[in-house]
Design a protein around this ligand. Sequence first.
Ligand code: ADP
Ligand code: ASP
Ligand code: MG
Length: 406
Amino acid sequence: MAVIVQKYGGTSVGSVERIKIVAQHIKDTKEKGNKVIAIVSAMSGETDRLINISKELSSAPSEREMDLLLSSGERVSSALVAIRLNSIGTKAIAMTGRQCGIVTDSVHTKARIRTINVDELKKHLDNDEVIIVAGFQGISETNGDVTTLGRGGSDTTAVAIAAAVKADVCEIYTDVDGIYTADPRVVKNAKKLDKISYCEMMELASLGAKVLQIRSVEFGMKYNVPIMVVSSFTFNPGTLVTKEDENMEKILVSGVAHDKNQVRLKISNVKDSPGMASKIFNTIAKNNINVDVIVQNVSNENNTTDISFTVTKEDADKAYNLLQNLAKEVKSGDVSINKDIAKVSIVGVGMRAHPGVASTMFEALAKEGINIRAISTSEIKVSCIIDEKYTELAVRALHDAFGLGE
Ligand code: ADP
Ligand code: ASP
Ligand code: MG
């Protein structure tokens, strides 16, 4: 008897009709002789709706209460799917993050899963029930408060549970047929991949391909969980995220990703002396803000320099306020913020062995007249910060330049 973990995203459970289809698919999977745990997201648009209401009530809603608020969306859909399953003759139980033993750290709105106590899950599986888990949530290890795992966090709930119960596969049901060479909504001739390595998918996810949340891929890689991305609209064969193999290395670039959820902050005229960068980035890190592309300019004649870096839009105001306080403290110049930027990136394990990939990328952007504002690289990716208005143009140009299309 196989243990199958399935995850259904927001659009997959976005209406009564969709919930009926999903429940039927869970029932069919069970009736093929499998044990099934299904993780569900909030119905599409619900998380945004709740965020918008909170913003009407406060410019900086408390993060603890945001977690309690947002976790409700997933609870609603888990209960609805279980209600439907019971009504069509499949024994099902809906559970919250707390009820299925998910303990996280205490960083509200972007908590990380620490442990999963699988006793309750196992008890219900042994009782021949299907379990419908409310995704994206757990409880804090310090005081039992509800926490959430960051946008897209139900993917991580699913893969973490799959690892904890040693499931045979974790199937991620979504609104696209699999993982493509670029977001298929932006690049019409993007190609579906049959397989992709954990490393490449991790980079793509961290660079904006929101089809999987990055932490879910990290869990998959760490615990060797095969992740299958499938459409809940067509149920066609999807994309397997798995260990790297020799064939994958032959491909120079596997995909192009873009991320408009970026903001660039700059602190100017910082004294160019040891310890300055450490002071700035320590303060940012202590406030649980992740920093991305960092650029420090060469120092000018006054022996001062400008430091800029990117953060996500969600963290922008918090980071801006912190920088302004820092600027006073270290007697630097102004702090500025640019919200009209985006990051475009190319990813591929084949890059390790092939020089010249970055120059092809820069040339393709130059041909379209797109200015590069900052660059960052790793072994298997190159990212450029550009003006947001050129994002789609840049993605298509890069997709063509590396011959990725159908
Ligand atoms: P869900 O609600 O099921 O979690 P998401 O909206 O989080 O779904 O993720 C699916 C979306 O990811 C797709 O609709 C697609 O637009 C986007 N996406 C971005 N990059 C890619 C890619 N390389 N391959 C497939 N989908 C991608
Ligand atoms: N509902 C949450 C979100 O919209 C989590 C998820 O869908 O995975 O980000
Ligand atoms: Mg998602």
